[in-house]
Design a binder for this molecule. Structure first.
Ligand SMILES: N[C@@H](CCC(=O)N[C@@H](CS)C(=O)NCC(=O)O)C(=O)O
Length: 237
């Protein structure tokens, strides 16, 4: 056993992860927006897990991912014999398994709306994804403003304004931090990278999400990564 050499907090986390048996397979943190969502949820809600990080964009990336999921995508959650792939399915699985932690809002109407905005995030915003990919480390101010990306930014602002009008200007989208905020965390990263100017209330929301301890940890990990995907580090003219 090497645990005696680990710092006590990490050692406890690893012991807890062995007990829950949860393993989250993710991609490179600087780039993997889909991986960020369930990782932030699990970290924010103190759900212990073992992290398995696969470097994206390498010759063996597909082979590495195939060890865990035939779908060929990360994130993947391994819970004993149960394999859950796709970020939204993972969040739903966690919400069911850890009901006492209220990963979704507790109010039924708020929960329905939170699920709707996550489903919309999950199935839409192709313009934003294509022109403004997640890259936490760099700055691409003003880049990527294609008409489709602009339309997506407009719709996201509308969603955030609507949620914050109901929850309160100093709150998260549904009051307490929830899956919905984790779902939009990669958008927050993009808005920072690409310097999207926002109304003050929405800018404050961006800063609130970025400062959340779970999000801040992901950002710190992403900044510490040594791996580079050159195609995503320079914005083409
Ligand atoms: N809809 C999926 C999308 C997952 C996805 O596209 N993941 C990317 C990384 S962010 C991936 O695994 N790409 C495979 C690769 O780069 O080889 C989800 O929500 O989990």
């Amino acid at each position: 056993m090497q645990t005696t050499e680990l710092d006590p907090t990490l050692s406890q986390t690893l012991t807890d992860a062995e007990n829950t048996g949860l393993k989250l397979v993710i991609g490179t943190k600087n780039y993997s927006s889909w991986s960020m969502r369930p990782w932030v949820v699990m970290t924010a809600f103190n759900i212990p897990f073992e992290e398995v990080r696969i470097i994206l964009g390498r010759a063996d990336t597909s082979t590495q991912i195939a060890r865990f999921s035939a779908a060929g995508r990360v994130p993947v959650l391994i819970a004993g014999e149960t394999v859950v792939w796709d970020s939204l399915a993972i969040c739903e699985y966690l919400a069911e398994q850890f009901r006492e932690k209220a990963l979704w809002p507790t109010n039924v109407a708020a929960r329905a709306m939170a699920r709707s905005v996550c489903a919309e995030m999950h199935s839409s915003f192709g313009g934003l994804r294509a022109a403004m990919w997640m890259n936490i480390r760099v700055g691409f101010p003003g880049k990527g403003r294609t008409p489709a990306a602009q339309a997506d930014i407009g719709r996201i602002c509308e969603i955030w304004e609507d949620c914050l009008a109901r929850s309160g200007p100093h709150e998260f989208l549904f009051g307490e931090f929830s899956i919905a905020d984790a779902y939009f965390a990669p958008v927050v990263m993009r808005f920072r990278t690409y310097g999207v100017s926002l109304a003050p209330a929405l800018q404050a929301y961006v800063e609130r999400v970025a400062a959340h301890p779970a999000v801040a940890r992901w950002i710190a990990d992403a900044l510490a990564e040594q791996e580079r995907s050159p195609a995503y580090d320079v914005y083409p003219d």
